[in-house]
Ligand binder design. Structure first.
Ligand code: HEM
Ligand code: HEM
Length: 204
């Protein structure tokens, strides 16, 4: 079994990075949207630092994922996909990459420009600041961190909807090839000699 992507499916490295990043972004979203409501106890700062540390981890994983994609290539379009659909998918994927880079970068910029003490990445080392304290930059980055997130939510809904549509209605391998082999099979369209059992079980 190869770790690289092949002409007809995503390899285990690309698959793992895709689903790991999905899970981390989900966790970051839940924490990000609720942490402002926490009581201002020492735990409050701990949660912020965890959000920031995990957010920078996503930045590193996205860079790793893009590097791996350059090295390992990407599968050919699923057979039967019209060119216009393939173009829209490629454009959406590029936009998703831009957003999952912009999310952590805007958070990091906000943290840097707001003049807070440097935070330690999971308590291990000080994260450098991207810029000197600056109120205008800080409020721009804070706003961007918020609206980029909602743009990401909208795009992910379209993206996941398209993947499910392909699986359930087009009945092709688009979703199955982003999952480990054998986890999901594209549903057969109709009963054909190939998918009808030749010897039905003997009924006594
Ligand atoms: C993919 C990575 C990230 C995601 C998905 C994410 C998501 C979010 C979300 C949904 C919010 C709530 C926004 C709002 O209520 O308007 C938030 C807030 C926040 N995030 Fe992130 N974040 C990420 C990375 C980061 C990073 C790397 C940092 C800093 C180094 C950071 C710092 C913050 C801060 C300080 C807030 C609170 C903002 C406020 O008080 O309005 N985030 N994040
Ligand atoms: C935070 C959420 C998500 C993000 C940021 C995201 C991002 C991406 C990106 C950037 C690609 C393109 C990969 C490449 O060309 O290198 C991709 C592919 C894919 N994603 Fe997602 N995704 C998310 C959630 C989901 C969900 C929930 C599903 C399924 C229900 C899904 C199914 C797929 C599939 C099937 C592909 C492969 C498409 C193909 O082979 O043409 N993704 N995703």
């Amino acid at each position: 079994m190869t770790l690289k992507n092949t002409a007809d499916r995503w390899g285990p490295v690309s698959q793992s990075l895709h689903w790991l990043i999905v899970l981390l972004i989900l966790g970051l979203a839940v924490v990000g949207l609720t942490m402002g409501e926490l009581p201002k106890t020492p735990k409050y700062f701990w949660v912020y630092t965890a959000h920031k540390s995990l957010g920078l981890t996503v930045l590193a994983l996205v860079l790793l994922r893009l590097g791996w994609r350059l090295y390992a290539g990407s599968p050919d379009p699923v057979p039967g996909t019209p060119t216009w659909q393939h173009r829209i998918a490629s454009f959406t994927h590029a936009l998703l990459y831009a957003l999952i880079l912009a999310m952590p970068l805007s958070g990091w910029l906000y943290d840097s420009a707001s003049g807070l003490r440097p935070f330690r990445w999971f308590g291990l080392f000080n994260v450098p600041k991207l810029t000197a304290p600056d109120e205008a930059v800080s409020s721009f980055a804070r706003g961007a961190h918020g609206w980029l997130f909602w743009l990401l939510v909208a795009l992910v809904l379209l993206h996941a909807g398209a993947a499910l549509y392909h699986h359930l209605f087009q009945r092709d391998a688009t979703l199955a090839r982003m999952l480990p082999q054998g986890w999901l099979k594209p549903a057969p369209t109709e009963s054909t000699p190939e998918n009808t059992p030749k010897d039905p079980p003997h009924v006594v």
